[in-house]
Design a protein. Structure first.
Length: 317
């Protein structure tokens, strides 16, 4: 965009663009490694890269099929399949973070290209930390903002999610249990809820337990050293964690007070637009401002196609 003031630039545009391009891969890696929900989804291989579209549409199973049976000889076989599937639709949501360089900053760092590159690196690091923190919070707890991402508190619940109302379609409900003092009933409630959302002893169990730092500490205080041994796979991937029923238990910075989630990441996906996955835009100069601005952009959402395989404990203390 044209500079309204006619002020010559002292920043090499090519150098700026190169710095952004070099930083983007590191930015993407850092965000996916540092935001706990994204790390869990990435470890499970459940990042869905989608080529645009108006919304995110997932196929779901509404009920168990029971259309077959046993037969003998020339018995007549049923040739119809029940309507046990459906679709759920989720909105795309967008997130951004600006990277701006003012005219004053430009002049203060003029005369040496390394100064400019260092300035851009510092600005990028600030923006990276900001968007990581924003996404971490948005994916974990309800935030009173328009166009927010789906968070775990909403996803693991019983009301409307996407285009399906869990209040009327009970197959679209998670198990939500009002708990209490962790030492008195926390482990019992975790065990009961785990069995409630599992298909069997070895099929469709929670793959990870997620809570806040306070409840995480209480869990550690109630377990014998051998019982709280860390899960090696997740520990090697950079998590601090304990193990419950053979699966890792870890904590997030923004998990709400008194909450503990049992999550099955076979059914939780991080959906991202293939052309807007923590991309960085070129620097531009807005009209009537002596500033150059680029943006980190993300188009995404957190989704599930089997809500009943997750649970949430509330009121833990």
């Amino acid at each position: 965009m044209a500079n309204e003031y006619g002020i010559p630039s002292t920043i090499d545009t090519v150098a700026l663009s190169t710095s952004l391009a070099d930083y983007q891969k590191r930015l993407t890696d850092n965000v996916y490694n540092d935001v706990v929900v994204l790390k869990l989804a990435s470890e499970a291989g459940n990042k869905k890269t989608i080529n645009g579209g108006l919304s995110i549409v997932e196929s779901i199973i509404k009920a168990k099929q029971d259309d077959g049976g046993f037969y003998l000889g020339a018995d007549v076989l049923n040739n119809t399949q029940g309507n046990d599937t459906g679709l759920v639709e989720f909105r795309w949501q967008n997130a951004y973070e600006p990277i701006s360089i003012t005219r004053d900053e430009e002049r203060q760092n003029s005369g040496d290209m390394h100064k400019i590159i260092d300035l851009v690196a510092t600005k990028m690091e600030l923006a990276e930390r900001a968007i990581k923190d924003r996404i971490d919070q948005a994916l974990t707890t309800s935030v009173a903002q328009a166009n927010n991402l789906l968070d775990l508190e909403t996803l693991v619940n019983t009301g409307t999610l996407g285009t399906i109302n869990g209040g009327t379609d009970t197959f679209w409900q998670s198990t939500v249990t009002a708990s209490g003092n962790f030492a008195a009933q926390g482990l019992t409630d975790m065990t009961t809820a785990t069995y409630a959302v599992s298909s069997s002893a070895s099929v469709d169990n929670p793959t990870v337990y997620l809570t806040n730092k306070t409840i995480y500490q209480k869990f550690g205080q109630t377990r014998l050293p051998l019982e709280r041994i860390s899960n090696s796979l997740t520990a090697n991937a950079g998590f601090t964690n304990f193990t419950f029923m053979g699966k890792p238990l870890t904590y997030g910075n923004y998990v709400g007070t008194g909450l503990l989630f049992g999550l099955n990441f076979n059914y939780i996906y991080w959906a991202v637009d293939s052309a807007t996955d923590f991309i960085t835009t070129p620097f531009i100069s807005p009209t009537n401002q002596t500033v150059k601005v680029a943006y980190i952009l993300l188009r995404c959402n957190l989704i599930t196609n089997n809500r009943r395989r997750h649970f949430k404990l509330t009121g833990l203390s």
